[in-house]
Design a protein around this ligand. Sequence first.
Ligand code: UD1
Length: 368
Amino acid sequence: MRITIVLGARPQIVKSSLFIHLASKDKRIILQIVHTGQHYDYEMTKVFFEGLDLPEPNSNLGVGSGTHAQQTAKMMLMLEEMWKKQRPDVVLVPGDTNSTLAGALTAAKLTIPVAHMEAGARSYDMEMPEEINRRLTDHCSAQLFTPTNNCTRNLLREGIPKKTICEAGDTMYDVLLQQLPKAERTTILGDLDLKAKKYALLTTHRPENVDAPLKLRNIVEAMVEMAPLKIVFPVHPRTQKMLETIKLFDRIAKQKHIKIIKPTGYHETLKLIQNASVVVTDSGGMQKEAFWLKTPCVTIRKNTEWTETIELGVNTLVGNDVQEIVRTTKKMIEEGDRIIEKIAKTRNPFGDGRASRRILEALKKLQK
Ligand code: UD1
């Protein structure tokens, strides 16, 4: 059975890594890994392939950056050429990036069955490019693998047939469980001179925060106000460019309590999350990782697709007001012990760590 997986952006590499290992070992599967080239800097892609011991992709489309239409269209043209020559039995698309949508649309139009890993997540905010990608991908998929029961219910409400949904669990959780010992062995805390539970971890890369100079400025000012608490800030390239454009980069670099670093690899990121007193982020994946690693999270967004973590009170949404960010971050740090206890007592809504295995087994059955 020929399975092609399409990925290209940082989080997709993480969420499909265990599946890739399992499928590569399975004698009945011919796995093709297509990297779209959406991410291309060493820190955004190769460091994840190396850290997670993944095989080189079979092809890299090298599309690079561009507008959404340019990026998606370039990917689609190349994928169509490729699949007209050699047709996979199924195309697996993880997550919600432009690479996800391009893979799904191209395969569906060629009547190749599409399987979506991490189906059913909804923020109900169509201003987020990821929400568009998720919804369209789900509605052209033949097989939908949901990470939580909430995601399954979202799909059923949208009229997706029950028989096409498999509640597999979250593959990011599988990968975290498998990789945590390696993450714990990294030396990043010592390298950055950090002490456990004595710093905050900040990441921001969503266009709604980063491409709006006022909002980005407010996030930065809130972090400046958090002094003397140490803050580690791995900077996404999109964020770095904007900080330089609006001349804010030097203001942060001057702050003694803020450490700006390059985007970190997977294991270093887990270790930084696990030992932080709070994570302040707009990333989707890090909200879940903070929950699994029992670290309070402040999400700088109006909404989230991971409502499970909000309902449990271990993650809080915050608007863009400087004082609101400062107040909420301090409150989440103060409540750290209660949050840790609460998470320890909570059933993990994201499955049992066997999602990648379930997905592989379900895909094999598609061919029978
Ligand atoms: C993409 C995904 C987002 C995911 C994120 C993880 C979409 C719509 N968004 O957002 O869901 O959370 O990846 O990082 O698919 N750039 C570089 N080097 C790189 C990659 C990007 O410099 O290797 C810069 C370029 O200026 C580029 C910008 O970052 O224009 C944005 O990259 P892009 O792939 O369009 O989106 P992300 O913001 O990374």
